[in-house]
Design a protein around this ligand. Structure first.
Ligand code: ADP
Length: 320
């Protein structure tokens, strides 16, 4: 297509969501299978918007792993960077919002295939052809995946890719909050585009004031664009030269899962072939309007992947 390749690195898994809301996992009468994993969602978001995307990560050589690889391919995402682990199984998560308002999580990760990706297994040719290399932080939790993450990131960078980071905090997966904060920040100064949510901003800075000063305390010299997403309040952007905010779209929200991934996918799809947009506030604001619209549409349907929009869907919301 002539469009620059966006490689998204990390985990892909299946969320099991109770068919009835407001019950504990033990009380759930049944579960729906919802494919997810933030980096995989971003890859599919890019492809659905007409971009060129590849996913790099490891799946189990089992029914669920092949199902997930099939979903990537069906959506036009290159599977050339996927490895299948012969021993471990695909990651699974059971997630529910109980009647008492608490979120309950259960994970199959002991260890799951995604955590076993080794540096020597990486498809470096694919990674080095990326114009943008995007990643999260779940792949930093354990070895050997952590080393694979660092190696892939450095190979992409050396080959000239723009590095994009969405830490996508999933606190229950980490041994402790302290370790999560430390590991997330350990690769902070590599990324040139970083997107955090307001919740992550609070977590990473330890400040409960979500203002410009708090956001800019996360600034570093290699950074070109820092984004703070605020759900129904849109997003804030910071560059070396300017800062501002872009309002969200009013939509009929039913499930916010994947909104952040959709936002990031839209942003990357729009800047991959012309990174000078980041330095031009007017054009950047137009791209962030597009990204907010993509995020908003994703909240109007249940699940992440089924709710990711096409470019036409986004244009229609932007035009109003
Ligand atoms: P994350 O999913 O990472 O927590 P957000 O929830 O902030 O990220 O969502 C990312 C973007 O999606 C927001 O900046 C906004 O543009 C859009 N969005 C999210 N929730 C809503 C909502 N309820 N109404 C409209 N837009 C939303």
């Amino acid at each position: 297509t002539g469009k620059g390749l966006i490689v998204s690195f990390g985990e892909m898994l299946i969320d099991f969501v109770p068919t009835v809301s407001g019950v504990s996992l033990a009380e759930a009468p049944g579960f729906l299978k919802a494919p997810g994993g933030a980096p995989a969602n971003v890859a599919i978001a890019v492809a659905r918007l007409g971009g060129n995307a590849a996913f790099v990560g490891k799946l189990g050589d089992d029914e669920f792993g092949h199902m997930l690889a099939g979903i990537l391919k069906e959506n036009g995402v290159s599977a050339a960077g996927i490895n299948f682990d012969q021993g471990a199984r695909t990651a699974l998560a059971f997630v529910t919002l109980r009647a008492d308002g608490e979120r309950e999580f259960m994970f199959y990760r002991n260890p799951s295939a995604d955590m076993l990706l080794r540096p020597d297994e990486l498809n470096l040719e694919l990674i080095k052809s990326a114009k943008v290399f995007h990643y999260g932080s779940i792949s930093l939790i354990v070895e050997p995946c952590r080393s694979a993450h660092i190696k892939a990131m450095e190979a992409a960078k050396e080959a000239g890719a723009l590095l994009s980071y969405d830490p996508n905090l999933r606190l229950p997966l980490w041994p402790s909050a302290e370790e999560a904060r430390e590991q997330i920040l350990s690769i902070w100064d590599k990324a040139e585009v970083i997107k955090v949510s307001d919740v992550e901003l609070e977590f990473l800075t330890g400040s409960n004031k979500i203002d410009d000063e708090t956001a800019l305390s996360l600034w570093h010299d290699n950074l070109k664009l820092l984004l703070v997403t605020l759900g129904e309040h849109g997003c804030k952007y910071y560059t070396k030269d300017f800062r501002g905010s872009v309002d969200a779209f009013h939509v009929n929200t039913v499930d916010t899962t994947g909104a952040g991934d959709s936002f990031v996918g839209a942003l990357l799809a729009k800047i991959v072939d012309d990174q000078s947009i980041i330095q031009d506030e007017q054009r950047l604001r137009a791209v962030l309007t597009f990204s907010n619209a993509s995020g908003a549409i994703t909240t109007t349907k249940k699940g992440a992947i089924p709710a990711l929009p096409t470019e036409t869907d986004v244009f229609n919301l932007v035009k109003g």
